[in-house]
Design a protein. Structure first.
Length: 256
C-alpha cells in the first residue's frame, strides 16, 4: 500500500538524519562544513522544514521553504518549546511524533528523536511538511486510510480538517484495538458508534510511534462479492443454456 511505503520511508529518513548528524566534524552554524551540509541536506530533503537541537538551541532551517511559506526561525522555535512533553520523551530515549498542523495551519508533522551519543544534544526535532504525504492518503472510492500516533491523535488524514485540528480518534474501535494491542499488524471486523460494520486493518511502524489504518464498510466488500457471484451465476446459466441448445439441435438432427 503506497501510504505504508511513505511512512516507512519517513522512518528511514529519520534514521539517515541521525547518522548524518554524527558525521559533521565541526558542528557550528557558521562553520563552512556545516553550512555546506545544511544546504545539501535541504536540497535533498525538500519536505523537511527544519531540524532543531533542543539541548544547544540550534536550528537548521530550509530557507527556500521557510521564505515561500513566511516561516521564521523564532516561529519554529516557539512551536518546539510548546511541546514540552514530547521533548522530555525524546530526552529520555523515547521517539515521539506529533501533529503540528494546528500550529502551522497546514499539514506539518514534528518528530522528536533521541540521539544515542553523549553530548549536550540528547535529542533532535525534525519538522516535516506532510502535504505530499497527505496526498498519498487521498480518500478512495471504497476504503479510507489515515495515520495516527501512539496517543490516537490523527497525523495524516484524507479529510484536511482532521489534520488541522489534530483530531483525537482514540475512542474509535480500531484505534482502541491498536492502543490495547502489541501486534505489529492486524485485520478484524468492528462496528462504529452508529452500528455500521467495517473491516479494519492496521500496520504499526517499527518503533510503535504511529500506525497506518485502513477501513472499509463490510457491505461494500460484500456488495463486490455478491456482484461477482451473480456474474458467475449468469455466466453459468448462459453457458448451460448454450449447451442445452447444442444438444437439442444435435438430437433433432438425429431424429430427421
Amino acid at each position: 500500500m503506497s501510504m505504508w511505503k511513505e511512512c516507512e520511508g519517513l522512518q528511514e529518513e529519520l534514521v539517515k538524519i541521525r547518522r548524518e548528524l554524527h558525521q559533521i566534524p565541526e558542528f557550528g552554524l557558521d562553520l563552512p562544513e556545516t553550512q555546506k551540509y545544511v544546504t545539501t541536506f535541504f536540497d535533498r530533503n525538500k519536505d523537511i522544514i527544519a531540524v532543531y537541537l533542543p539541548g544547544s538551541s540550534r536550528i537548521f532551517v530550509n530557507n527556500p521553504f521557510a521564505i515561500a511559506n513566511e516561516i521564521t526561525s523564532s516561529f519554529l522555535t516557539s512551536y518546539v518549546e510548546s511541546e514540552e512533553e514530547a521533548l522530555k520523551k525524546a530526552a529520555d530515549g523515547v521517539f515521539d511524533i506529533e501533529n503540528a498542523s494546528p500550529f502551522f495551519q497546514f499539514p506539518v508533522l514534528a518528530m522528536f528523536y533521541p540521539l544515542d551519543y553523549s553530548s549536550e544534544d540528547t535529542s533532535v526535532v525534525v519538522i516535516y511538511s506532510a502535504e505530499n504525504l497527505a496526498n498519498s492518503f487521498s480518500a478512495g472510492s471504497v476504503n479510507q486510510s489515515f495515520l495516527v500516533n501512539a496517543d490516537g491523535e490523527v497525523l495524516v488524514h484524507p479529510d484536511l480538517s482532521y489534520m488541522l485540528t489534530a483530531a483525537d480518534v482514540s475512542n474509535s474501535p480500531i484505534v482502541l484495538q491498536i492502543l490495547s494491542d502489541n501486534q505489529p499488524s492486524e485485520q478484524f471486523y468492528y462496528k462504529d458508534a452508529d452500528g455500521v460494520e467495517f473491516i479494519g486493518a492496521y500496520n504499526r511502524l517499527n518503533n510503535g510511534s504511529c500506525s497506518v489504518i485502513t477501513t472499509v464498510k463490510t457491505e461494500v466488500v460484500l456488495e463486490a462479492v455478491n456482484k461477482t457471484t451473480l456474474r458467475n451465476i449468469y455466466l453459468t446459466i448462459a453457458t448451460l443454456s448454450f449447451a442445452i441448445m447444442i444438444i437439442w439441435f444435435f438430437a433433432k438432427s438425429l431424429s430427421v
